[in-house]
Design a protein around this ligand. Structure first.
Ligand code: EPU
Length: 345
């Protein structure tokens, strides 16, 4: 199925709920049909150099103005266990438009390990790979086996394995070499039947142990959901896109100097990069007193300073004004450049 709509209201297609419209929306649920459609006249907008963008669940996108172009959105759902699975591992192939948390819930229900720490992240399956979503010491890359996509140069359906995806912190090949050249159609995840709990991030271990139950993926999922809901706003109640900024990864020597000035600043090692350290942007914004503050209708969440919120009726520009002010202050005080995690359109 290919569904075309014109003059679309985007307000409720993105979790920040800022007002915006798009000229055109293409929704699809079959990769083959999408390939045929874009190969033909339907794909003229790609060849004419018009503006276009892919939207998943809209939970990491801030619209600041009307989008003069085409939004492409996968509405294909569903997951299947595929060949290559055995007693130790299950390969789950999931359509790009599936809601990410449905995948986590299904894995936990089947006692499959690997996805539980990523519970309740608002995302589509396609975005889980583009963004390499992460939380509580786990990233999507840890369980991605391969990614299937439509190549927009030759309109062939292709597949790349986890290594080729060049995953990094909130980063992948889909933001670089394949940006604007690929539409993700499905992701294959590899889950483990062998218990592999990862409980070392923040307060996860005490939260899990509190309930005294046998350690299962579902018990960890429930603990993660409790922690998340205590700090992160539900976008269905108050518009937001999760963490607005990334946590910068900086040279170790620079961070060691910062640590001398701010001994309480949370600092993390970066796997595979011994010369670098990651620092917590949320802590810096909180330290500057921004938590719970606002400029107009755009605010900083009361429980988590890394999350900017739409207090009701904010425009995308108001959110950007707040974000720019915060960036400036963080730079002036800490000498650190922070950048948005959210895709600003
Ligand atoms: N902190 C504060 N004040 C704040 C916020 C944080 O002092 O207002 C401190 C915390 O106490 C903690 C540290 O900063 O010591 C880090 O905070 P937290 O554990 O809440 O995580 P984060 O670095 O703010 C990252 C991800 C989140 C993910 C959490 C948990 C990024 C950009 N964000 O946030 O992901 O849920 O870790 O793993 O990496 C998202 O990407 O949208 C997202 C929510």
């Amino acid at each position: 199925m290919i569904r075309l709509s014109n003059n679309i209201d985007l307000t409720h297609l993105a979790s920040f709920a800022t007002p915006a419209k798009a000229d055109r929306l293409i929704e699809w649920d079959s990769a083959e049909e999408l390939a045929n459609y874009l190969r033909g006249e339907g794909g003229n907008f790609l060849r004419n150099g018009e503006q276009w963008a892919i939207l998943g669940e809209g939970c990491n996108t801030l619209f600041t103005k009307d989008f003069r172009g085409t939004i492409i959105r996968c509405v294909a759902k569903g997951m299947e266990t595929i060949e290559g699975s055995d007693n130790l591992h299950t390969l789950l192939r999931v359509a790009a438009g599936e809601v990410w948390d449905n995948v986590v819930e299904e894995c936990c229900r089947r006692s499959l390990w690997g996805a539980e720490n990523l519970s309740a992240i608002p995302s589509s399956v396609g975005s889980s790979a583009v963004q390499n979503i992460g939380a509580y010491g786990t990233e999507a890359k840890d369980i991605i086996e391969r990614v299937e996509y439509l190549d927009l140069e030759d309109f062939e359906l292709k597949c790349i394995d986890c290594k080729e995806c060049q995953f990094g912190y909130r980063d992948s090949i889909f933001k670089h070499a394949l940006a604007g050249k690929a539409i993700i159609t499905a992701v294959v995840y590899r889950l483990s039947s062998t218990p592999a709990p990862k409980l070392d991030y923040g307060t996860l271990r005490p939260e899990v142990e509190k309930c005294g139950a046998e350690l299962t993926p579902m018990v960890i999922r429930e603990a993660v959901i409790r922690i998340r809901s205590s700090k992160l706003p539900d976008h269905k109640v108050i518009g937001n896109a999760g963490s607005f900024f990334k946590n910068p990864i900086l040279p170790r020597t620079f961070v060691e100097e910062l640590r001398k000035r701010y001994p309480a600043m949370p600092i993390y090692e970066v796997a595979g990069e011994p010369d670098k350290l990651k620092i917590a942007t949320g802590w810096m914004i909180d330290h500057l007193g921004w938590k719970g503050k606002n400029i107009g209708r755009a605010g900083v969440h009361t429980q988590q300073a890394l999350v900017l919120v739409n207090l009701g009726g904010a425009t995308g520009d108001e959110v950007v004004t707040l974000a720019e002010r915060i960036c400036r202050e963080v730079y002036e005080v800490f000498g650190v450049e922070i950048s948005p995690e959210v895709n600003i359109l």
